[in-house]
Design a protein around this ligand. Structure first.
Ligand code: PLP
Length: 286
Protein backbone atom coordinates (compact mmCIF):
# COMPACT_ATOMS: atom_id res chain seq x y z
CA UNK A 1 0.00 0.00 0.00
CA UNK A 2 1.28 3.45 -0.92
CA UNK A 3 2.06 5.70 2.01
CA UNK A 4 0.10 8.91 2.48
CA UNK A 5 1.82 12.30 2.52
CA UNK A 6 0.47 15.61 3.71
CA UNK A 7 1.10 18.44 1.26
CA UNK A 8 -0.34 21.91 1.84
CA UNK A 9 -3.57 20.80 3.43
CA UNK A 10 -4.09 17.65 1.34
CA UNK A 11 -3.50 13.99 2.12
CA UNK A 12 -2.15 12.38 -1.04
CA UNK A 13 -0.51 9.07 -2.05
CA UNK A 14 3.32 9.23 -2.16
CA UNK A 15 3.38 9.28 -6.01
CA UNK A 16 1.31 12.46 -6.01
CA UNK A 17 3.26 14.17 -3.24
CA UNK A 18 5.01 16.87 -5.25
CA UNK A 19 6.00 20.48 -4.64
CA UNK A 20 6.77 23.09 -7.32
CA UNK A 21 10.29 23.12 -8.83
CA UNK A 22 10.65 26.76 -7.76
CA UNK A 23 9.96 26.02 -4.11
CA UNK A 24 12.48 27.97 -2.04
CA UNK A 25 13.23 24.93 0.06
CA UNK A 26 14.53 23.24 -3.10
CA UNK A 27 16.27 26.34 -4.51
CA UNK A 28 17.84 27.82 -1.38
CA UNK A 29 17.32 25.40 1.48
CA UNK A 30 14.97 28.13 2.73
CA UNK A 31 13.00 26.09 5.23
CA UNK A 32 13.01 24.23 8.53
CA UNK A 33 11.95 20.79 9.72
CA UNK A 34 11.25 18.46 12.64
CA UNK A 35 11.35 14.70 13.14
CA UNK A 36 9.08 13.19 15.80
CA UNK A 37 9.27 9.59 17.02
CA UNK A 38 6.13 7.44 17.12
CA UNK A 39 5.62 4.41 19.36
CA UNK A 40 2.31 2.54 19.67
CA UNK A 41 0.88 5.16 17.32
CA UNK A 42 1.67 7.98 19.80
CA UNK A 43 3.99 10.98 19.36
CA UNK A 44 7.02 11.22 21.62
CA UNK A 45 8.25 14.56 22.99
CA UNK A 46 5.57 16.32 20.97
CA UNK A 47 5.61 19.55 23.01
CA UNK A 48 9.35 20.09 22.61
CA UNK A 49 9.23 19.44 18.87
CA UNK A 50 6.24 21.74 18.38
CA UNK A 51 7.96 24.50 20.34
CA UNK A 52 11.21 24.09 18.41
CA UNK A 53 9.39 24.16 15.06
CA UNK A 54 7.66 27.40 16.07
CA UNK A 55 10.97 28.86 17.18
CA UNK A 56 12.86 27.85 14.01
CA UNK A 57 10.11 29.40 11.86
CA UNK A 58 10.11 32.61 13.88
CA UNK A 59 13.91 32.90 13.68
CA UNK A 60 13.84 32.76 9.86
CA UNK A 61 10.68 34.85 9.47
CA UNK A 62 8.37 32.19 8.02
CA UNK A 63 4.73 32.40 9.14
CA UNK A 64 3.93 29.37 11.26
CA UNK A 65 1.32 27.34 9.36
CA UNK A 66 1.35 24.63 12.06
CA UNK A 67 0.85 26.09 15.53
CA UNK A 68 0.78 23.47 18.29
CA UNK A 69 -2.82 22.25 18.00
CA UNK A 70 -2.79 22.14 14.20
CA UNK A 71 0.52 20.28 14.21
CA UNK A 72 -0.79 17.72 16.71
CA UNK A 73 -3.94 17.17 14.68
CA UNK A 74 -2.02 16.79 11.37
CA UNK A 75 0.55 14.43 12.90
CA UNK A 76 -2.13 12.26 14.46
CA UNK A 77 -4.14 12.16 11.26
CA UNK A 78 -1.09 11.16 9.21
CA UNK A 79 -0.08 8.47 11.72
CA UNK A 80 -3.63 7.09 11.68
CA UNK A 81 -4.00 7.19 7.88
CA UNK A 82 -0.67 5.39 7.46
CA UNK A 83 -1.48 2.85 10.18
CA UNK A 84 1.89 3.72 11.75
CA UNK A 85 2.65 1.99 15.05
CA UNK A 86 6.40 2.64 15.36
CA UNK A 87 8.61 5.01 13.39
CA UNK A 88 8.59 8.73 12.74
CA UNK A 89 6.73 11.73 11.41
CA UNK A 90 8.76 14.16 9.32
CA UNK A 91 7.53 17.77 9.09
CA UNK A 92 9.03 20.29 6.68
CA UNK A 93 7.99 23.90 6.21
CA UNK A 94 9.59 26.09 3.55
CA UNK A 95 9.04 29.75 2.71
CA UNK A 96 7.09 28.58 -0.33
CA UNK A 97 7.28 28.73 -4.13
CA UNK A 98 7.78 31.94 -6.05
CA UNK A 99 8.55 32.43 -9.74
CA UNK A 100 11.26 35.01 -9.19
CA UNK A 101 14.55 33.66 -7.94
CA UNK A 102 15.21 36.50 -5.52
CA UNK A 103 17.15 35.73 -2.38
CA UNK A 104 15.12 38.26 -0.39
CA UNK A 105 11.69 37.17 0.88
CA UNK A 106 8.99 37.36 -1.80
CA UNK A 107 5.75 39.16 -0.90
CA UNK A 108 2.55 37.16 -0.46
CA UNK A 109 4.02 33.70 -0.65
CA UNK A 110 2.37 30.85 1.23
CA UNK A 111 4.65 28.48 3.16
CA UNK A 112 4.92 24.95 1.76
CA UNK A 113 4.09 22.22 4.29
CA UNK A 114 5.15 18.64 3.65
CA UNK A 115 4.76 15.77 6.13
CA UNK A 116 5.21 12.05 5.84
CA UNK A 117 5.72 9.00 8.05
CA UNK A 118 8.35 6.22 8.06
CA UNK A 119 8.24 2.85 9.76
CA UNK A 120 11.25 2.05 11.93
CA UNK A 121 11.90 -0.09 14.95
CA UNK A 122 12.75 2.35 17.75
CA UNK A 123 12.15 0.53 21.02
CA UNK A 124 14.36 -2.34 19.95
CA UNK A 125 17.59 -0.91 18.60
CA UNK A 126 20.61 -3.21 18.23
CA UNK A 127 22.87 -0.12 18.35
CA UNK A 128 21.85 0.50 21.95
CA UNK A 129 23.26 -2.93 22.82
CA UNK A 130 26.35 -2.92 20.61
CA UNK A 131 27.23 0.76 20.98
CA UNK A 132 28.33 2.89 18.01
CA UNK A 133 31.55 4.17 16.51
CA UNK A 134 32.00 7.89 15.86
CA UNK A 135 34.53 9.79 13.79
CA UNK A 136 35.53 13.41 14.41
CA UNK A 137 35.11 15.81 11.50
CA UNK A 138 35.51 19.59 11.20
CA UNK A 139 32.28 21.49 11.83
CA UNK A 140 31.79 23.41 8.58
CA UNK A 141 28.29 24.78 9.26
CA UNK A 142 26.89 28.32 9.41
CA UNK A 143 26.57 30.38 12.58
CA UNK A 144 22.87 29.70 13.35
CA UNK A 145 22.98 26.01 14.15
CA UNK A 146 20.22 26.51 16.72
CA UNK A 147 17.75 26.72 13.81
CA UNK A 148 16.69 23.31 12.52
CA UNK A 149 17.23 24.31 8.91
CA UNK A 150 16.81 22.04 5.89
CA UNK A 151 20.16 23.42 4.63
CA UNK A 152 21.96 20.26 5.70
CA UNK A 153 24.80 19.89 3.21
CA UNK A 154 27.52 20.24 5.87
CA UNK A 155 25.89 17.45 7.90
CA UNK A 156 25.47 15.34 4.76
CA UNK A 157 29.22 15.64 4.08
CA UNK A 158 30.08 15.03 7.74
CA UNK A 159 27.96 11.88 7.96
CA UNK A 160 29.30 10.62 4.64
CA UNK A 161 32.92 11.10 5.79
CA UNK A 162 32.16 9.32 9.07
CA UNK A 163 30.39 6.41 7.41
CA UNK A 164 33.13 6.06 4.78
CA UNK A 165 35.55 5.50 7.68
CA UNK A 166 33.29 2.80 9.15
CA UNK A 167 31.71 5.01 11.84
CA UNK A 168 27.99 5.40 12.51
CA UNK A 169 28.01 9.10 13.36
CA UNK A 170 30.18 12.16 12.79
CA UNK A 171 31.22 14.15 15.85
CA UNK A 172 31.70 17.72 14.70
CA UNK A 173 34.56 19.73 16.12
CA UNK A 174 35.19 23.46 15.72
CA UNK A 175 38.49 25.13 14.82
CA UNK A 176 39.56 25.21 18.53
CA UNK A 177 39.19 21.45 18.93
CA UNK A 178 35.93 21.94 20.84
CA UNK A 179 33.08 19.51 20.18
CA UNK A 180 29.84 21.01 18.91
CA UNK A 181 27.52 18.03 18.27
CA UNK A 182 26.88 14.99 16.10
CA UNK A 183 25.75 15.36 12.48
CA UNK A 184 22.26 14.40 13.67
CA UNK A 185 22.65 13.99 17.42
CA UNK A 186 23.68 15.80 20.60
CA UNK A 187 26.82 14.64 22.42
CA UNK A 188 27.06 14.07 26.18
CA UNK A 189 30.29 13.18 27.95
CA UNK A 190 30.45 11.26 31.24
CA UNK A 191 33.62 12.09 33.18
CA UNK A 192 35.60 9.95 35.61
CA UNK A 193 33.42 11.14 38.53
CA UNK A 194 30.20 10.11 36.77
CA UNK A 195 29.26 13.72 36.00
CA UNK A 196 27.54 14.50 32.72
CA UNK A 197 29.25 17.26 30.76
CA UNK A 198 27.35 18.99 27.92
CA UNK A 199 27.97 22.00 25.77
CA UNK A 200 25.65 24.84 26.86
CA UNK A 201 22.90 25.86 24.45
CA UNK A 202 23.79 28.75 22.16
CA UNK A 203 23.58 29.58 18.47
CA UNK A 204 26.39 27.05 17.94
CA UNK A 205 24.32 23.89 18.46
CA UNK A 206 20.80 22.63 17.91
CA UNK A 207 18.76 22.59 21.14
CA UNK A 208 18.19 18.82 21.03
CA UNK A 209 14.79 17.76 22.37
CA UNK A 210 16.18 14.45 23.61
CA UNK A 211 19.18 16.21 25.18
CA UNK A 212 16.83 18.49 27.14
CA UNK A 213 14.72 15.59 28.39
CA UNK A 214 17.72 13.44 29.31
CA UNK A 215 19.39 16.27 31.25
CA UNK A 216 16.20 16.96 33.18
CA UNK A 217 15.83 13.26 34.02
CA UNK A 218 19.48 12.97 35.06
CA UNK A 219 19.15 16.06 37.26
CA UNK A 220 16.09 14.58 38.98
CA UNK A 221 18.09 11.41 39.63
CA UNK A 222 20.76 13.46 41.38
CA UNK A 223 23.35 13.00 38.62
CA UNK A 224 25.58 16.09 38.43
CA UNK A 225 25.29 17.92 35.10
CA UNK A 226 27.98 20.39 34.12
CA UNK A 227 27.23 22.69 31.18
CA UNK A 228 30.50 23.73 29.58
CA UNK A 229 32.35 23.26 26.34
CA UNK A 230 34.55 20.16 26.06
CA UNK A 231 37.32 19.22 23.68
CA UNK A 232 38.00 16.23 21.49
CA UNK A 233 40.88 15.39 23.83
CA UNK A 234 38.48 15.22 26.78
CA UNK A 235 36.30 12.84 24.76
CA UNK A 236 39.29 10.55 24.34
CA UNK A 237 39.68 10.45 28.15
CA UNK A 238 35.95 10.21 28.91
CA UNK A 239 34.50 7.42 30.96
CA UNK A 240 31.53 7.33 28.55
CA UNK A 241 30.33 9.22 25.50
CA UNK A 242 26.63 9.32 24.74
CA UNK A 243 24.60 10.42 21.71
CA UNK A 244 21.00 11.58 22.00
CA UNK A 245 18.47 12.08 19.20
CA UNK A 246 14.73 11.85 18.59
CA UNK A 247 14.84 8.50 16.77
CA UNK A 248 17.79 6.77 18.44
CA UNK A 249 16.97 8.14 21.92
CA UNK A 250 20.19 7.49 23.86
CA UNK A 251 23.12 5.59 22.36
CA UNK A 252 26.47 4.57 23.82
CA UNK A 253 29.64 5.44 21.88
CA UNK A 254 32.24 2.69 22.11
CA UNK A 255 34.87 4.04 19.74
CA UNK A 256 36.14 7.47 18.72
CA UNK A 257 38.37 7.74 15.65
CA UNK A 258 39.23 4.06 15.89
CA UNK A 259 40.14 4.12 19.61
CA UNK A 260 37.98 2.72 22.43
CA UNK A 261 36.02 5.13 24.61
CA UNK A 262 36.13 4.14 28.30
CA UNK A 263 36.06 0.36 28.52
CA UNK A 264 35.17 0.12 24.83
CA UNK A 265 31.79 -1.29 25.81
CA UNK A 266 28.42 0.45 26.39
CA UNK A 267 28.55 2.19 29.77
CA UNK A 268 26.28 1.98 32.78
CA UNK A 269 25.34 5.67 32.85
CA UNK A 270 24.21 5.49 29.23
CA UNK A 271 22.20 2.35 29.88
CA UNK A 272 20.38 4.01 32.78
CA UNK A 273 19.74 7.22 30.84
CA UNK A 274 18.27 5.25 27.94
CA UNK A 275 15.99 3.35 30.30
CA UNK A 276 14.88 6.54 32.09
CA UNK A 277 14.32 8.36 28.83
CA UNK A 278 12.24 5.58 27.30
CA UNK A 279 10.04 5.26 30.36
CA UNK A 280 9.49 9.01 30.46
CA UNK A 281 8.95 9.39 26.70
CA UNK A 282 6.38 6.59 26.59
CA UNK A 283 4.58 7.88 29.67
CA UNK A 284 4.26 11.38 28.17
CA UNK A 285 3.50 10.37 24.55
CA UNK A 286 0.46 12.01 22.94
N1 PLP B 1 22.00 18.05 16.63
C1 PLP B 1 21.75 18.01 15.31
C2 PLP B 1 22.63 18.76 14.38
C3 PLP B 1 20.66 17.26 14.82
O1 PLP B 1 20.41 17.23 13.50
C4 PLP B 1 19.86 16.54 15.74
C5 PLP B 1 18.73 15.75 15.26
O2 PLP B 1 18.54 15.53 14.09
C6 PLP B 1 20.17 16.60 17.10
C7 PLP B 1 21.24 17.38 17.52
C8 PLP B 1 19.33 15.87 18.12
O3 PLP B 1 18.15 16.59 18.33
P1 PLP B 1 16.80 15.86 18.78
O4 PLP B 1 17.11 15.18 20.07
O5 PLP B 1 15.82 16.95 18.93
O6 PLP B 1 16.48 14.88 17.69
Amino acid sequence: MSSIFYINGNLVPAEQAVVPALDRGFLFGDGVYEVIAVIDGLLLEFERHAARLARSLAEVGIRNPLPRDALLERCRELVRRNGLREGSVYVQVTRGADNKRDFAFPADVEPTVMMYTSEKSLRVNPLAESGVRVASVPDMRWQRRDIKSVSLIAQVLAKQAAQASGAFEAMMVDADGVVTEGASSSVLLVDGQGRIVVRPLSREILPGCTRAAVLALAGRRGVAVEERKFTLDECRQASELVLTSALHFVLPVIELDGRPVGTGRPGQVCRELRQLYMEYALATAL
